[in-house]
Design a protein around this ligand. Structure first.
Ligand code: NAP
Length: 341
């Protein structure tokens, strides 16, 4: 057990809730950042409902787009876990709406941490900073040496935001001569149990599937990882020397949307008729994309499949990653438990 203090940014988020639960369970004290001070009380209640002892949890208000409060927030902090970033699937008119908070927030978080003696930093990046912009793929499993190409035409503003923010993180740490004090976690598409009724962007996709809102499954593939694994990797990354200075790819590779629908139909037969188990031709997705922003964004990923090298993640966990079926089923189960479908 460690009573070190960890600053976790974006604690109102899906992933961060699990990270904080694990940290508190391991005895750490957690200072969680929210951009709206009113969210702290809700986060505490949700964690307590899941059995967490929140006596070591406090909150600070920080906005990725504002300089205010970062230095003060880092006072006495041993570890930074920076998860906050806009996570959206739509394509805004101004891509800067997504890119600026991601990049500037990373800069603010790391600069403040470096300036106040924080020991180690863990930053949440994404598979989209590794695996995108390579056309139809590289024909081999992706490794931590691979970077998405921000100039490529299939990069969405979100993909660019994660790639540029992660590049910024490494550049800052290198300039400070402290590369090995950073670990970046690059999760695939995160599923697994929700802690509350806020389904977020991850939950919204499984929700659309369960609620019968998709007419079928296009040839879209997801690199699924379970939120419990991603949270555990963030916690291990703080102290596992094997992860220092590395990008931890967290997912084994692509799973077809239709395979997910079929697995959910098997696990939840009452929803089989609603799940998109039929194939949807690409031209229909393009058609739907004319009026649906999510479909428009996903058109760029149709047909893309890849494998990801995930040995370091499994070494850190000391076991295989949780499988995609379990992750998808666990998320669907919590959507049902929360009466969201
Ligand atoms: P989420 O539930 O939407 O959480 C995002 C968090 O970032 C929220 O706490 C949000 O605060 C905060 N945030 C966004 N913009 C902010 C701003 N301008 N200032 C301060 N805080 C801001 O998303 P998530 O799924 O947990 O994602 C967490 C991290 O994992 C992100 O870095 C995301 O890119 C990364 N990731 C997610 C997935 C996935 O499939 N979920 C996959 C790969 C990587 P509010 O509650 O106030 O909005």
């Amino acid at each position: 057990m460690s009573s070190d203090l960890v600053l976790v940014t974006g604690v109102s988020g899906f992933l961060a809730g699990h990270v904080v639960r694990d940290l508190l369970g391991a005895g750490y004290r957690v200072r969680g950042s929210v951009r709206d001070a009113r969210k702290g009380g809700h986060v505490r209640k949700v964690l307590e409902a899941h059995g967490a002892d929140t006596s070591g949890l406090s909150f600070v208000t920080l906005d990725l787009m504002s300089d205010g409060g970062w230095q003060e927030a880092m006072a006495g902090v041993d570890y930074l876990v920076h998860t906050a970033s806009p996570f959206v699937t739509h394509i805004p008119k101004d891509e800067g709406e997504i890119i600026r908070p991601a990049v500037e927030g990373t800069r603010r978080a790391l600069a403040a941490a470096l300036g106040t003696g924080v020991k180690r930093m863990v930053v949440t990046s994404s598979e989209v900073a590794v695996a995108r912009g390579h056309g139809k793929g590289l024909g081999r499993p992706l490794t931590e040496a691979d970077w998405s190409d921000v100039e490529a035409p299939d990069m969405t503003p979100y993909f660019k935001s994660k790639t540029l923010a992660e590049r910024e993180a490494w550049a800052i740490m290198e300039r400070a001569g402290r590369r090995d004090d950073l670990t970046v976690v690059n999760p695939g598409f995160i599923l697994g149990p929700l802690l509350d009724a806020d389904m977020g962007t991850s939950g919204a996709i499984i929700h659309k599937m369960m609620a019968g809102k998709l007419p079928g499954s296009p040839d879209l593939n997801f690199t699924i990882v379970d939120v419990r694994d991603v949270a555990a990797l963030h916690v291990r990354a703080m102290t596992d020397p094997g992860a220092f200075g590395h990008r931890v790819l967290a997912s084994s590779g692509s799973v077809g949307m239709r395979d997910i629908a079929l697995a959910l139909a098997e696990a939840f037969p009452a929803y089989a008729g609603k799940l998109p188990t039929r194939r949807l031709p690409a031209f229909l997705v393009r058609l739907v994309g004319l009026f649906d922003a999510d479909a428009r964004a996903s058109v760029r990923s149709i047909g893309l499949r890849f494998e990801m090298e995930h040995g370091l993640a499994e070494e850190m966990l000391g076991r295989p990653l949780i499988g995609w079926r379990e992750a998808a089923t666990a998320m669907a189960q919590t959507l049902l438990d929360q009466q969201l479908v």
